[in-house]
Design a protein around this ligand. Structure first.
Ligand SMILES: Nc1nc2c(ncn2[C@@H]2O[C@H](COP(=O)(O)OP(=O)(O)OP(=O)(O)O)[C@@H](O)[C@H]2O)c(=O)[nH]1
Length: 441
């Protein structure tokens, strides 16, 4: 999905990660790369310049929070700004204890009928009791298509084949479902008329009859930034509460569509990612940007950095950053890494790192950490706080106690020494330090 944009953004990120020093010219270069990637995805020029202006200003002015390197901070700013471009993180909540009437709006071919069936399935799977009214009386076959798709998920569809009066169908449908304790009723509407005005008039009339709790506008993602005008036109007839962008799997202009939709102020609630019934996803700007940049949700990583900074770890961090780390500190870091969801997760979340670490490398490192944990547990308290005490006979004892061969104990001691030296050199920059410690930096 959005492969062009993804490639462009990741290439820009890679430059930052691989650079030796962060200076103004590098930030300008990053900004240019991001501009190119966004413009190619049909994001509106104004929005693009706004985002890169913020990126440049914040990268130059802001001081990274403690524990975050300058590079990682810039990646974080980029992540923030892109997520902001895609709207708010707020999630729409259906009202409990009543029938939520949802009007599905959109022009013909936007994927409205498909999305109605997809959404019916998704919401049913979430435990809602869902019914559908088919009120597209203009396109021949629309009702049959809707019924066929919804049948597979056992969602009842109300429709009147011979009737052309769509507001009446909606009225009858609502009456039909009355008292059946449905949580959500989705109403599929027509996407075309002889004149655009007729279509908008019909939507106004249906809006009056249905009195919807939510009007969802379905927009074809391949139209790019024109999304904005289309959303505005519909918004004038029925206030649009949420937007669904479809066909993001087959569009090079998806970035533009998403940004334009968010710019209308309505929330993007779902995205269509394929033709199959299950190809509909709940939309979250931060998760989406994380996926685009290839770094999952960096929040987990930032939380970990923060946790290391607090929770009474100050002394430990001081020791680590001054190159005075002991084996317990080393163990603590391994534990922290595990707590945050395992090494694989950390690496996937590490700004700029996912996709760059080979799969077998991760596996090897995970196994090594498991081994180290046992070996460290077999050390005495004294040995943990001063590993220099560990001579040949102590190595033998630790090996026996942990169940691992002596050379494994020696390997751990070597890794510990290396990371201690490197931590000293990196002056305590947490994330890079941790990576090096794991032998991956
Ligand atoms: N690749 C892809 N195709 C999609 C997606 N959503 C819908 N489509 C396809 O888009 C075409 C149009 O979808 P429909 O649901 O028939 O369109 P519609 O908006 O309901 O049209 P009207 O009922 O006339 O208003 C169909 O071929 C769908 O399979 C999507 O997310 N990805």
């Amino acid at each position: 999905m959005l492969d062009g944009l993804k490639t462009g953004l990741r290439a820009a990120l890679k430059k930052i990660v691989n650079s030796s020093a962060v200076d103004e010219s590098l930030i300008k270069e990053l900004s240019k790369d991001i501009q190119r990637a966004l413009l190619q995805s049909d994001v509106n020029v104004k929005l693009v310049f706004q985002i890169t202006k913020n990126l440049e200003e914040r990268s130059l002015k802001e001081t990274p929070p403690p524990g975050l390197s300058r590079k990682d901070h810039i990646v974080k700013i980029l992540y923030d700004e892109l997520a902001k471009l895609l709207g708010t993180e707020e999630q729409y909540v259906f009202q409990p204890g009543k029938v939520n009437k949802v009007l599905m709006l959109g022009i013909q071919g936007s994927g409205k009928t498909t999305v109605t069936s997809k959404l019916a399935k998704l919401l049913t799977r979430q435990g809602y009791r869902v019914a559908v009214i088919g009120a597209d009386t203009y396109r021949p076959g629309a009702l049959t298509q809707l019924k066929t798709m919804c049948e597979k998920t056992n969602v009842e569809v109300y429709g009147e084949e011979g009737n052309k009066d769509s507001p009446e169908i909606v009225k009858n449908g609502l009456k039909h479902f009355e008292g059946q304790s449905f949580d959500i009723i989705l109403i599929d509407t027509a996407g075309r008329h002889k004149e655009e005005k007729d279509l908008l008039d019909e939507m106004t009339r249906i809006g009056k009859v249905a009195d919807p709790d939510l009007a969802l506008l379905i927009i074809d993602g391949t139209i790019g930034q024109q999304c904005y005008n289309q959303a505005e036109a519909f918004h004038k007839t029925v206030p649009v509460g949420g937007i669904i962008i479809t066909k993001l799997d087959s569009s090079a202009k998806g970035g533009g569509a998403l940004a334009a939709a968010a710019a209308t102020g309505a929330q993007i609630m779902y995205i269509g990612t394929g033709e199959r019934i299950d190809d509909l996803e709940k939309f979250s700007p931060t998760r989406f940007v994380g996926r685009m940049l290839g770094m999952g949700d960096i929040q987990a990583l930032l939380d970990m950095a923060k946790r290391l900074e607090t929770e009474g770890n100050e002394d430990r961090l001081k020791r680590i950053s001054h190159g005075k780390m002991n084996m317990e500190d080393f163990y603590f870091q391994i534990e922290e890494a595990t707590k945050a969801g395992g090494l694989r997760n950390i690496l996937e979340n590490m700004p700029g790192f996912s996709g760059m670490v080979k799969e077998d490398q991760v596996e090897q490192q995970e196994q090594r950490m498991e081994k180290w944990r046992y070996i460290i547990q077999s050390m005495t308290k004294d040995e943990k706080s001063d590993p220099d005490l560990i001579n040949a006979s102590r190595v033998k004892r630790i090996a026996r106690g942990s169940g691992w061969p002596e050379h494994e104990v020696k390997e751990l001691l070597k890794a510990y020494k290396n990371s201690k030296t490197m931590m000293k050199a990196s002056k305590g920059r947490q994330m890079q330090g941790m990576l090096r410690k794991m032998g991956l930096g």
